[in-house]
Structure formats: structure tokens, C-alpha cells
Write a protein that binds this ligand. Sequence first.
Ligand code: UDP
Ligand code: MN
Length: 298
Amino acid sequence: APCIDVAPHRDAHFLFFPCTLYSRRTDVLMMTPWFAPIVWNGTYNIDILNAQFHQRGVRIGLAMFAIKKYVVFLHTFIETAEKFFMVGYNVNYYVLTDRVEEVRQYNFTLGQGRHLTVLKAPTYKRWQDICFRRMEIIRNYTRELFTNEVDYLAVADIDMKFSDDVGVESLSDLFGTIHPGYYAAQRQHFTYERRPASKAYIPKDEGDFYYAAGYFGGTTEEIFKLTNYCHTGIMADREKNIEAVWHEESHLNRYFLYHKPTKLLSPEYLWDNRMGERGFLKRRRFVAVPKNHNEIRN
Ligand code: UDP
Ligand code: MN
């Protein structure tokens, strides 16, 4: 019998023997118009991918900022990453903080091949500036350090926890995550920067997806290019006294429009449980930890 008759009833079978006439997910978009995969549960075989990535002996970095009060998120972040983030790989956590001494006192039990480095990062009065400057700080450390230590770098918000696997299926030369608030929105409702004066400007009739700044990554070479572009744009805006509507996220969206990511992560990779249940969402891999914005930012 042709596989189209049996595959829908045999998920495990399908994952090992792909069938040309059957798509595992028909409820979601699995590929962008420029042929970048969009990663959803059930669309890949992790055993095949692990064999490929282990063969290459990849080293993976995960960078996160813990400036001022945001150090409170660090424990949960690292503890859950130990359970779910790139298990079985060489992983370097890079904690960028203004409280280096305090964070160095923390004790984390890390698995084999996993290390944590505490790096000095400047602080800024306004939370907006802390967000904006992430691009500059990542750029500089990528050039000075990350390039020598890892092949891929992911950059994440810290007010988050892992609650399911984030593995090598998510890695690619340049990857971005579809924002959980905008996966179903139409282009005209994306909150891109719409003022032509800003370097983050996106015209009304352009744009593919609305990407989240809370999780993105790629090879260190691609991350250098991305962060350098965003930081240069942010500084040019500053000269003109203009601040993009969603800060560094606006610049990231502009970058991804003209430098298309080679892989997209579905909202499984950046979810907020306040959004409730969704039929298409089979796994919640990386979810927001609720916070009181006023309390934590000031
Ligand atoms: N951040 C920080 N200290 C601050 C403000 C922000 O370390 O005082 C970092 C932190 O890593 C945080 C990220 O910047 O996850 C983005 O800010 P936030 O998570 O508050 O943005 P939101 O997710 O609410 O848009
Ligand atoms: Mn956040």
C-alpha cells in the first residue's frame, strides 16, 4: 500500500521513513517562502539530527543578561536548562551581569561538558537601554570570546524557564523565533518600527514574520553580523534622538527582513502561559516566568 494510507496512523513509523505524499503537520506552516524550516514538534527526527551534530562535535553557547534585579531569574533559568537545553552536548553558559562578584558565589551543579562563565556587563539607568545595549555587548563578547569557544550561540531573555527539550533541531546558521503574540497576526498588525527616520524602519508592505528578541541565535559569525548591524542602527537612531518602538527587537526584525534566517523556531520555543491552551502547541519548551514589570525593572 502507498505510505499515504498508513503514515497518518503511525507517527513513529513516519519519523523514520518519511513519506513523499504525507505531511506530518498540516495544521501549521512548516517552511518559509525562502525554504527555511519552521521547527514544530513532530516534524523532525531527533535521533538523525543528534547523529549529525555529534559527528561534528558542536559546541553551543547560551548567553543571557542578569542586570540589576534580574539576577533573581538566574537559578531557575540554569536549573531548567540543565534538564532541557542541549542535553548531551558541550554547553557554555555566559551570564552577562553587573553583579559579577555576587553571581560568582552562586553554586550550580552542571552536567559533564557544561560550563558557566560570568562576564562583566555595564548597567544602565533605563531598562530600555539595558535591552538596547544587549546587541553591543553580545557583539563585543562574540568577537573577543564566543568565537573562540563555541560554534553556535543562542541569546535568551532570562525571565524564562525551560520546560521541555530544546535540542539541536533548533540550531542553524541564523535562527529566529516567531513571537508568541503574533504568530497569527497579519502583517499590518506586526509592531514593526514604522517611522522612516529610524534604522529599524520596515515599510507597511514588507515583512515576513514578527520575531521575538527573547530567543535568537546562529553561528558566532552570523551573530556577530546581526548584533553589529543592530547596534550600528541603534547608535544612528540615538544621534537623531529616535528610539525604535520595541527597542532592540525592532532592529532585530529589520535585520531578519533583509537577512533571512535559515531556520525559524515556532512559538514552542518562546511561549507565555498566559496565552492559554492552543491546539497546535504540542510542547512548551521555553516559557516566560511571570514578573511584576514595575517592581523588577526599578
Ligand atoms: N534585563 C536585565 N535587567 C533589567 C532589564 C532587562 O537583565 O533591568 C535583561 C534580562 O535578560 C531580560 C531582558 O533584558 O530578560 C529583556 O527584558 P525583559 O525580559 O524585561 O523584557 P520583556 O520580556 O518583558 O519584553
Ligand atoms: Mn523577558
